[in-house]
Design a protein around this ligand. Structure first.
Ligand SMILES: NC(=O)c1ccc[n+]([C@@H]2O[C@H](COP(=O)([O-])OP(=O)(O)OC[C@H]3O[C@@H](n4cnc5c(N)ncnc54)[C@H](O)[C@@H]3O)[C@@H](O)[C@H]2O)c1
Length: 245
């Protein structure tokens, strides 16, 4: 029986790298989801020549019924879900707290936090009935360190880390592991509009320099696999040394 991996935010830089990684792993089928149909299509185009079966579903993770529909499609097509990678996320506007609007905060919470909550809520009934499953949430090193001018992003990513930990405790006895990855900065569309000087300054704070999405997929592959069978509730930092000092 093939393993079934569902990935949200699959149209982005990290999501696309994750899609290639998992679709290329042996006996693995993938369900790729993103709010952008065009981005999803580009990800499918970029998959390696040899890959498992692929299903795509356009969905907005901030809307629970749309996330439920992704899970329903995965079960309808493949009969099970072994891994959920909740990866969709947005960066909040650059600004100090007194300059950010309630709408800025709401958007960050709806996508970054509720997106993860919706994924867990939708997939847990399936994984509980299988008595197995692995959920990996994309948090950020910004959930562990303070970034000036990015309070909604930092606060929502800290919430994602706690969400993973609480879910790990709640569902351990159901055979479901829940972990998150805390990446340092890798260049992606999320940084659109940031001046190059700002990106260079962020890069200079990473002892190993800026990362790339391909340098992150190994952590997800491990957390999703049976090799991580005794790993749950962890926030795995992959940040080129950013948080070490
Ligand atoms: N790039 C970085 O430096 C960095 C660092 C740490 C964590 N992250 C996290 O990694 C994840 C992937 O980001 P990325 O850098 O690849 O950015 P990206 O912008 O390339 O990808 C994000 C994807 O999420 C999708 N998306 C946005 N809102 C959505 C919604 N409401 N519903 C469904 N999909 C939605 C976008 O269409 C996009 O394809 C995010 O959670 C981000 O916060 C990124």
């Amino acid at each position: 029986m093939s393993r079934v991996v569902v990935i949200t935010g699959a149209g982005g830089a990290l999501g696309s790298a994750l899609a290639s990684q998992f679709a290329g792993e042996p006996d693995t089928d993938v369900v790729l989801s993103d709010v952008s149909e065009a981005a999803l299509a580009a990800t499918v185009e970029s998959l390696p020549g040899e890959h498992g079966r692929v299903e795509t579903v356009t969905a907005d993770v901030s809307d629970f019924t749309q996330v439920e529909a992704v899970v329903a499609r995965a079960v309808e097509r493949f009969g099970r879900i072994d891994v959920l990678i909740s990866n969709a996320g947005v960066l909040s506007p650059n600004g100090r707290i007194h300059n950010l609007t309630t709408a800025d905060w709401e958007r960050a919470f709806r996508v970054n936090v509720l997106g993860g909550v919706h994924g867990i809520k939708a997939v847990v009934p399936v994984m509980r009935s299988q008595k197995s499953g692995s959920i990996v949430l994309t948090a950020s090193v910004s959930g562990l360190t303070a970034w000036s001018h990015a309070a909604p992003y930092c606060a929502t990513k800290a919430a994602v880390i706690q969400l993973a930990k609480v879910a790990a405790v709640e569902y351990a006895r159901d055979g479901i592991r829940v972990n998150c990855v805390c990446p340092g900065t890798f260049v992606s569309a999320i940084h659109e509009g940031l001046p190059q000087a700002a990106i260079d300054a962020i890069g200079a704070k990473h002892p190993l320099g800026l990362g790339s999405a391909s340098e992150l997929v190994g952590a997800y592959s491990y957390l999703a696999s049976d090799a991580a069978g005794w790993t749950t509730g962890t926030a795995m930092v992959v940040d080129g040394g950013y948080s070490a000092p």
